[in-house]
Design a protein around this ligand. Structure first.
Ligand code: SF4
Length: 697
């Protein structure tokens, strides 16, 4: 292959456009795509180093069964046979898929169709559950749909951008660059960061609120009360287009500035400053990410934020709205095809009989699942206690990334049949596989992804498939055919995309948010040339960049819902034995378990080894010096980490990045420490608040 290929970056949810140019000497030159509306030519450190991460040295290049090289035919026959026999003996809920926000939408579509439509179980969940499930649940409660109302432009057009639980500078760097450029051009644009840690993002902020971990609901309840008290209510919008304000205000009663300050650990003057700024600024965007989502009260946090935007009518207009930024490149695409256990497809609900009937008819799938399946954490609990007899894991490494990662390893060890599709041969998870299937990697696979502003872009191949690697959708389709199911005879990702687009429009008529019916008839050449576009793009109706300014929501009565979010102190309390709160996250130059970013010295030199950030006062008490090693220990596991003493960290809290796995640092898997506690509404794990102890090695 040669020439320049327009594709997208495989890392974060900003979804930057990339120009990839394979060279005669085998190298690949990478540049930002100046025409892509997410990045206009910008790339961050990770994206610009993509060309250095394409080596095949660690790749899985052939199927294996029982650790022995096998043909694709024999491996796929074996997988189909074992899944069929588990279903025959124990029923459809005895099997499960655990997939990934790294999958392309077409891969996700195939996996979801097979499990929910034809196996007849809801047991397909994704590592996106760890990333943005609380935003999905919060959106649905407020809007009746999983809709991000705005666009990236809104951050540039706002007069106030509030960043909650988001280290945008490191985790969504190009979006941060856009915000920083807008602020440089228009210094009156105010930025507030709300985060227990001071981060690179807070360096841009006019005000940084170092709130107590987990106290976001208290802060936004206080803001709601304040906005109502100073008459910053859009009375016409609230009266015509919402329900539930009385109950939401009642739940927030008592949250005056002093009380809010006490609950959040902030100075009352800081709280008042933020409240006044928010009240006085019409164009406000509130951006939130994992600090909000990865919490036992994550869904309430999302709704407490959304409540403030509904109250002021600041939603879906230029420069205004709540804005969830997703972690992974295709968490949004997965949501669109039903990658979460409680969804069906095309933003339809598995629990809705009308939606089920519609999808059943479209797929001609009489055995369609009747109820939601197991969410990520409970899915692996079911594996551990023997309810799941056959499990297929695609494009993710749960033994490194799920909470209680040692418990996940024990679960896989006990599971009678584990299939892993991956691009890497040796991960913490592949060692438990009965069958290993080699997948196509970035640069080799072809399909679409959706970024955080609902923009669907093509991810295109510019390299040949190495060895015997195959796309994930193909693997699913082949197993489906071998299990005797019709409807999986696609000849490529374009055919899947057409089907997905047609389903999004089927029986829709504007009643559901997700509709890309304008692309249902796209031919292969059109798919190859498909330019980035934001959904919705329905057939015969206008596309639009934003939702909800017209006051039309997707609830049964068409009105948005205020959600009562009473403040509850965090459940995970520190104790004398576990006196610190562990917060986990990312560093600037690494991505997830480093299978790609770990390959280049340019990126590994930023942080060369796993570490824990400790406040100087705590370090003194613990007798820790700079660069000491320390054991960080929870009730679930322990990790050996390099000590980094910094005032960025709040006293009483410690921070550790998630990237290092058992492959690089066997004693340093941070997710082995994280408790498997989840938000009761979204099922998202609370990865930001595990009580731990710290002691010198
Ligand atoms: Fe890739 Fe995100 Fe960086 Fe863009 S900001 S280049 S999508 S990692």
């Amino acid at each position: 292959m040669s020439g320049v290929t327009c594709t997208t970056c495989p890392y974060c949810g900003v979804g930057c456009g990339v120009l990839a140019s394979p060279q005669a000497d085998g190298r690949v030159t990478i540049k930002g795509d100046p025409d892509h509306p997410a990045n206009f030519g910008r790339l961050c450190s990770k994206g610009s180093a993509l060309g250095e991460t394409l080596g095949l040295e660690d790749r899985l290049l052939a199927p294996e069964v029982g650790g022995v090289r096998a043909t694709w035919d024999s491996a796929l026959d074996h997988v189909a046979r074992r899944f069929l026999s588990a279903i025959e003996e124990h029923g459809p809920d005895a099997v499960a898929f655990y997939v990934s926000g790294q999958l392309l939408t077409e891969d996700y579509y195939a996996a979801n169709k097979l499990m929910k439509g034809f196996i007849g179980s809801g047991n397909i969940d994704t590592n996106s559950r760890l990333c943005m499930a609380s935003s999905v649940a919060g959106h649905k409660r407020a809007f009746g749909s999983d809709t991000v109302p705005g666009t990236y432009e809104d951050l540039e057009q706002a007069d106030l951008v509030v960043l909650v639980g988001s280290n945008l500078a490191w985790c969504h760097p190009v979006l941060f660059q856009r915000l920083a450029a807008a602020k440089a051009a228009r210094p009156e644009l105010r930025v507030v960061t709300i985060d227990p840690r001071r981060t690179a993002t807070s360096e841009l902020a006019d005000l940084h609120l170092s709130i107590a971990p987990g106290s976001d609901v208290a802060l936004f309840n206080g803001l709601l009360v304040h906005l109502a008290g100073v008459h910053q209510v859009d009375e016409a919008f609230v009266a015509a287009h919402t329900n539930g304000l009385v109950e939401a205000l009642a739940a927030a009663t008592g949250a005056d500035i002093r009380t809010t300050a006490r609950w959040t650990g902030l100075d009352p003057a800081e709280v008042e400053h933020f409240f006044r700024l928010f009240a006085a600024t019409e164009r406000v965007v509130t951006v939130y990410s994992q600090g909000v989502n990865q919490s036992a009260t994550g869904t309430d946090k999302v709704n407490a934020i959304v409540n403030c935007h509904l109250l002021t009518g600041r939603i879906g207009r230029p420069g205004m709205g709540p804005f969830s930024v997703t972690g992974q490149p295709n968490a949004m695409g997965g949501r669109e095809v039903g990658g979460l256990a409680n969804q069906l497809a095309a933003h339809m609900e598995i629990g809705d009989a009308d939606h089920r009937a519609l999808v059943r008819g479209f797929w001609d799938a009489p055995r369609i699942a009747e109820r939601p399946g197991l969410k990520a954490v409970e899915l692996f609990e079911a594996v551990r206690d023997g309810r799941i007899k056959a499990l297929w894991i695609m494009a993710t490494n749960p033994v490194a990334s799920l909470p209680d990662a040692d418990g996940v390893a024990a679960a896989l060890d006990a599971c009678p049949f584990v299939v892993v599709s991956d691009v890497v041969r040796a991960t913490d998870t592949t060692r438990f596989a009965d069958v290993l299937l080699p997948s196509a990697a970035w640069g080799e696979k072809d399909g679409t992804v959706t970024n955080s502003e609902r923009r669907i872009s093509r991810q295109r191949a510019f390299l040949p498939l190495p060895g015997e690697a195959k796309p994930d959708w193909w693997q699913m389709a082949e197993v489906a055919r071998r299990m005797g199911h019709a409807g999986f005879d696609w000849d490529g990702p374009a055919a899947i995309f057409r089907e997905h687009a047609a389903l999004s429009a089927y029986g829709n008529d504007g009643r559901r948010d997700f509709d890309i019916g304008a692309h249902a008839e796209i031919d292969d050449a059109g798919y190859d040339a498909l330019a980035p576009f934001q959904w919705p793009q329905p057939a015969g109706r206008p596309a639009r960049a934003r939702f909800f300014a017209d006051g039309r929501f997707f609830t049964a009565d068409g009105r948005a819902r205020f959600v009562a979010t009473p403040w509850r102190a965090p459940l995970a309390r520190t104790t004398a034995k576990r006196p610190f709160v562990l917060n986990t996250g990312r560093v600037r130059d690494q991505w997830h378990t480093m299978t790609r970013t770990g390959k280049t010295a340019r990126l590994t030199s930023h942080y060369a080894e796993p570490f824990v950030e400790v406040h100087p006062d705590d370090a003194r008490t613990l007798g820790l010096g700079a660069a000491d090693l320390a054991w960080v220990e929870s009730d679930h596991g322990r990790a050996l980490l390099r000590v980094l003493i910094t005032k960025r960290q709040q006293a009483g809290s410690v921070f550790a990045p998630i990237h290092w796995t058992g492959q690089q640092a066997s004693l340093s898997r941070v997710d082995a420490l994280v408790a498997p506690r989840v938000d009761p509404v979204s099922g998202q794990p609370a990865s930001k608040s595990t009580p731990v102890s710290v002691r010198r090695f």
